[in-house]
Structures are given as structure tokens and as C-alpha cells.
Design a binder for this molecule. Structure first.
Ligand code: 6R9
Length: 647
């Protein structure tokens, strides 16, 4: 496979009606010449209760940072996702829910989704939750998770969804950081035939933090969970039927906060990425239609979890703002067996399917019969997100899953960007396996070298964005300085993505991965510092250094170097103990894939750990360690290499 392989969409899109190249080129030109006119036009796709008079007020200057879009406009995100569709589509399906067990599913119309959302909003209101209050949502993939998000949006409360796989400790620190007063959860989650004790985890988390006055618990399994009088409320059994099915929507300013979502950065503490209402909703509605070429009546399925940004933007807000039918899947790709995705596609006649490279790689290892036993006849477009996709996985997805007739949109974006920034436009962009291709109209990336010099033509360096787009994050909740320092200081005047990228002679972008201390495990971001601080919080650990290394399925695996306290013995028992410790501190996704006990770490004379060397050793690249002369004790390197070879 060479990168020069180009897949022409004319063949790929034989059975589809897609964006034409001419229209895409015109949009790019307008966005460049008249960005304000361009975005003002795009924003008209939403219903504004008060129109905006100014499109944007933006400065990327770190000393005078301003990011405002549609600033004096007013709208409500929930109204835009639900109410406004009722005249035309009250009985159309908003959400197809596919449960963990293949015979468990249901369809929810727009009218039903609105009623459930209003009821939930009324329960929150009755318990004193008001505009600006923070509500943590810790839910499995059930429709009530979407109602919970939209109910918050309806009354102006700020939701912060915490992935159901996070531990009680990780949940507590997020509740604490955003000062949440309410939590919406379920008795248990169900995934891959196993249950997850969500309510019990909430109880444990609330033992460590104050301020939460309401825990609303949706009965998913009916398991026996403990309920604290005065604080805890069951949804079906108590709250839902006591409130009105109607609830007025709070008019929100375009720049009022819609949600906070925690993501890993290069320090130990996850950051609360904050998105506002008007710009975010405009951007996700626009990109959902452009990137997925969404046509009314089509069935669209994004396999992400609502705990991640992909679930926010492309399961809930984008599709619903467009009046689409969005499929929500509770389970995992391999339960009951590895054909589940393809069977669900046939069962619900899915037209557009969006998943992660890690899932594709895992399913590619299974026999192709799992795929070929299904028709997938309804499919016309495939998408990926979360990490670079290797060309082998791309081609398998294209040829086997898509029968060489569905274009693939490889969408590059981040929690911070709110929506997709770089992606093919299906029908308009020729595809190259492994490349996210070109920026969307209205998006202006550049590649710079380490000194900040903008590189032209074909080149490789760090990826920045030179101008704003409406879906951009506005701040780190509670730490605006961290926002400025992280994104706007490295390359003055531009937003720094933290990613490396290459641009080829056709102007196509190839994302090469993170250039900071963040690793991408199965498409989930993990800060190395977070895992390190979990490890050193164990009493037997003296020091830890964590790096990423190539992993066949996960993309990157977590490689942890650990030095023990004097007198402690490294053995398999302790290895498991430390793994379990990280799991309970953060969650299963942070569990090290490889634990390497070492008597010492490579340090400079000033005591800085040389991660470059640790990365190379983890990658088994012993011959290219680079300069080791600044190490306080160069002998450490030989010990580390010996240790690596014995793994
Ligand atoms: C949406 C999402 C963001 C990081 C990002 C980059 C990596 C995402 C990618 C991709 C190559 C793609 N990433 N999509 N790398 N090609 N199509 O994943 O958000 O969880 O914040 O992760 O993921 O490294 O910086 P988030």
C-alpha cells in the first residue's frame, strides 16, 4: 500500500447521492473571502428566539483572548433539537435504541423524546436545579442519557457527562471540580452481558465530595440499590409520573454554557472543556449534515458513548438538531459475537455508520464471515474517528464492510474543537486510505515547525488552526489561564492542537498523533501524568513514568515503568495489585498494558526524566536512543533494555 493510492469517489459513491465537488469548492471560496457572511448563513439553520447582530468577536492573542460567536443572539439547544421538529416530524423516529441483548430494542419518536425530556427537566426544576447549575450525568447508553442532556439544556443547567466506565474516584473529582449539585444515573448499566454498578459507584463518589442534593436514578435493570432519603429519587418509580409533560424552555444567550466535558491533558488533572450554546450547536448541525451527507429519513448510527465528545456532537446534538434518526447502542461490538455491528446495520437498515479505528481493527481480526453473512445493503457511507486509521484497517473497512461502494470519511477533531475540522466531503473529495484529507469549508489549519515557522507545500510538523470556528471550546472550566497557556501560548496567534501532521503534495493532511504527553488508547485520551499519579499513590511505588507504545488493536498501549520503595519485591502478584490500583483510581481504560519494574529511571543531572528514551525502549527501538550523554547515570539504559527484552 502506498499513500499515493487514491480512491475515486465516483466509483465509491456509485449508489449514493452526495455533495458535488463544485459545491464544495464554492463553499470553500465563500468561507475564505467572506467568513462572517458564510457563518451567518450557516447559523440560519437553527431557530433563534432572538437573532444575533454580530457574527463573531475573536482574538487569538494570548494577552487579549476573545472567542465569541453570535454573541447577542438567543436560542435554546433543546428547542432546536426537539420542539422545532414537531410540526413536521412529531411521529418520526428520533432515537432507535438497540439494547445489549439483540432482542431488546425500541423506537422513540420526536414527540415522545420531547415529553420525556420535559418531564426530566421538570424533576430537576422541582428539586431546585436552575440556570447555570451543574449536573453530572453518569449513565449507560439508554435514551434517558439523551433526555438528561437535553433536559439540562432546556432549563439552562450545564451538564457534565462522565463516562460510565470511570471509577468512583474519577467521578468524585469531576463532581468536585465542576461543583455539581445534582447527579443523574442509573441503577446499573449493561454492557456485553455484564452489569456495571453505576448507582453504587455514585454512592461511593458522594462519600468523597459534598454539594450534591439530588441523585436521580433511572431503573435500567431494577437491581436493588441503596437510596438515601431526601437525596435520591427513582425516575420511573417516583419522579417521572409526578410532573407535567410540558416544560417551558429557558432562552439562552449564544455564549451561555451548554456543557462541560472532562478530557485528559498533559498534566495530572483532567480539564473541564467548556462549550457554549449558539456556536457549538451551529457547528455540530452543519458538520453532521456536510460530513455525513445526511438526508432526511436516513438512519444514522454513531457507535461512540455519550461519555465522550463524539457521543455529544454526533449521537445527540448534531443529528437531533438536523431532525435525523440517530441510533443509540448500549452494547459492545463483540457481544453476543463479532457480527453484532453488521447485524444491527441489517436489522435497522442503517445508512450511515460511524465508528473508531480500534473497533475496526478488533473486528478485522475475526473471520470475514462475520461480516459477509450480513447484507449491509442499506449502508452508503462509513466514517471513523478517534485516532489515525492505518491503511490496512481502512481498506478492510472499505472493501469488506462497505463492499467497495461506500466512501469513508476519516474525521479528525477533538473534544476542544466541538465538531469535525478535517474530513473528506463524501462525493467531493477523492479518498486516500489513512488521510483525513482536507479541512472543511470555514476551517483554516496550518503546519508549523518547532520554532513556529509556518511551513508551505508538502511538509511535516505541528498542526495549528489560524482562525476560529463556531464550535471551538471557550475555556477550561474554573481555570481560564490553563486554557490560554495550553492552546494559545505555544504558537502565538494560533490555536495549537497538540497533534503532529504531515501534508502531502495534494494538500492532504495525515495526522501523525499527539506530540504532547497524551496517549491515545483505543481512541480514548489518557494523560501519562494521570496514570503516573495513580501509580505513585500506591504505597509500594516510589516513582513511575508512563509512555505510549504501538499496540495492534488499541493503536497505542500504556507502558508503565515503575520503581518500587526500598525493600519491596517485584513479582506477578504486585504487578496485578498495581494494575488493579490504577483501575480503581481512574477506571479500566487506564490499566497499564505493560508494567516494567526497574531499579531506576533515566534522568538528567537536574532530575528530569528523559521520556524520549523511555518511549524508544518501549517501542523496542534500541538502536535509535539518541544522545544519552546528559544522563546522570547512563548505565540505567542498559538495565532498561535488558528489562524490555525479557518482556
Ligand atoms: C473526537 C475525538 C482527540 C485526539 C486528537 C487526535 C486524535 C481524533 C482522529 C485523530 C487521527 C483522526 N484523533 N480523530 N487522529 N485521525 N481521524 O476523538 O476527541 O477524545 O478529544 O481526542 O484524537 O490525536 O487530538 P478526543
Amino acid at each position: 500500500m502506498t499513500e499515493s493510492q487514491v480512491i475515486k469517489v465516483s466509483e465509491a459513491a456509485a449508489k449514493s447521492t452526495l455533495t458535488d465537488a463544485q459545491k464544495a469548492a464554492e463553499m470553500r471560496a465563500i468561507a475564505k473571502e467572506d467568513p462572517e457572511g458564510f457563518w451567518s448563513g450557516i447559523a440560519q439553520r437553527l431557530d433563534w428566539s432572538k437573532p444575533f447582530s454580530q457574527v463573531k468577536d475573536v482574538s487569538f492573542d494570548a494577552d487579549n483572548l476573545r472567542i465569541n460567536w453570535f454573541q447577542d443572539g438567543e436560542l435554546n439547544a433543546c428547542v432546536n433539537c426537539l420542539d422545532r421538529h414537531l410540526p413536521e416530524r412529531a411521529d418520526d423516529i428520533a432515537i432507535i435504541w438497540e439494547g445489549d441483548e439483540p432482542d431488546d430494542d425500541k423506537k422513540i419518536t420526536y414527540a415522545e423524546a420531547l415529553e420525556e425530556t420535559c418531564r426530566m427537566a421538570n424533576v430537576l426544576k422541582a428539586r431546585g436545579v436552575k440556570k447555570g447549575d451543574r449536573v453530572v450525568i453518569y449513565m449507560p447508553m439508554i435514551p434517558e442519557a439523551a433526555y438528561a442532556m437535553l433536559a439540562c439544556a432546556r432549563i439552562g443547567a450545564v451538564h457534565s457527562v462522565v463516562f460510565g466506565g470511570f471509577s468512583p474516584d474519577a467521578l468524585a473529582s469531576r463532581i468536585e471540580d465542576c461543583g455539581a449539585t445534582a447527579v443523574i444515573t442509573a441503577d446499573e448499566g449493561v454492557r456485553g452481558g455484564k452489569t456495571v454498578p453505576l448507582k453504587t459507584n455514585v454512592d461511593k463518589a458522594l462519600g468523597k465530595t459534598n454539594g450534591v442534593r439530588l441523585v436521580l436514578t433511572v431503573e435500567r435493570t431494577g437491581a436493588n440499590v441503596s437510596m438515601q432519603a431526601g437525596r435520591d429519587l427513582f425516575w420511573f418509580g417516583e419522579a417521572r409520573n409526578d410532573v407535567s409533560p410540558e416544560c417551558p424552555a429557558e432562552p439562552m444567550n449564544a455564549e451561555d454554557t451548554l456543557f462541560i466535558l472532562y478530557t485528559s491533558g498533559s498534566t495530572g488533572k483532567p480539564k473541564g472543556v467548556l462549550h457554549t450554546t449558539g456556536g457549538y450547536l451551529t457547528y455540530v448541525a452543519y458538520t453532521h449534515e456536510m460530513v455525513f451527507d445526511y438526508k432526511p429519513g436516513e438512519i444514522y448510527w454513531c457507535t461512540a458513548d455519550v461519555g465522550w465528545v463524539t457521543g455529544h456532537s454526533y449521537i445527540v446534538y448534531g443529528p437531533l438538531a438536523n431532525g435525523a434518526t440517530t441510533l443509540m447502542f448500549e452494547g459492545v461490538p463483540t457481544y453476543p459475537d463479532a457480527s453484532r455491528f453488521w447485524k444491527v446495520i441489517d436489522k435497522h437498515k442503517v445508512n450511515i455508520f460511524y465508528t473508531a479505528p480500534t473497533a475496526i481493527r478488533a473486528l478485522m481480526r475475526e473471520r470475514d464471515e462475520h461480516v459477509t453473512a450480513t447484507t449491509r445493503a442499506s449502508l452508503r457511507l462509513l466514517g471513523t474517528v478517534g485516532e489515525p486509521i492505518n491503511p490496512e484497517a481502512w481498506l478492510w473497512y472499505y472493501n469488506v464492510v462497505g463492499d467497495a461502494r461506500c466512501p469513508i470519511v476519516d474525521t479528525w477533531w477533538q473534544t476542544e474543537t466541538g465538531g469535525v475540522l478535517i474530513s473528506p466531503l463524501p462525493g467531493a473529495t477523492d479518498l486516500k486510505p489513512g488521510s483525513a484529507t482536507l479541512p472543511l469549508p470555514g476551517v483554516f489549519p496550518a503546519i508549523v515547525d518547532a520554532n513556529g515557522k509556518t511551513l508551505e507545500g508538502a511538509c511535516e510538523g505541528n498542526l495549528i488552526l489560524t482562525g476560529s470556528w463556531p464550535g471551538q471550546m471557550r475555556t477550561v472550566y474554573g481555570d481560564h489561564q490553563r486554557f490560554i497557556d495550553t492552546y494559545f501560548k505555544t504558537y502565538p496567534g494560533s490555536y495549537f492542537t497538540g497533534d503532529g501532521a504531515r501534508r502531502d503534495e495534494d494538500g492532504y493532511y495525515w495526522i501523525t498523533g499527539r506530540v504532547d504527553d497524551v496517549i491515545n488508547v483505543s481512541g480514548h485520551r489518557m494523560g501519562t501524568a494521570e496514570v503516573e499519579s495513580a501509580l505513585v499513590s500506591h504505597p509500594k511505588v516510589a516513582e513511575a513514568a508512563v509512555v505510549g507504545y504501538p499496540h495492534d488493536i488499541k493503536g497505542q498501549g500504556i507502558y508503565a515503568y515503575v520503581t518500587l520503595m526500598e525493600g519491596e519485591e517485584a513479582d506477578a502478584g504486585l504487578e496485578k495489585e498495581l494494575s488493579d490500583h490504577v483501575r480503581s483510581e481512574i477506571g479500566p481504560i487506564a490499566k497499564p498494558d505493560l508494567l516494567h519494574f526497574t531499579p531506576a529511571l533515566p534522568k538528567t543531572r537536574s532530575g528530569k526524566i528523559m521520556r524520549r528514551i523511555l518511549r524508544k525502549i518501549a517501542e523496542n527501538e534500541f538502536s535509535s536512543l539518541g544522545d544519552t550523554s546528559t544522563l546522570a547515570d547512563p548505565g540505567v539504559v542498559d538495565t532498561l533494555i535488558e528489562g524490555r527484552k525479557n518482556r
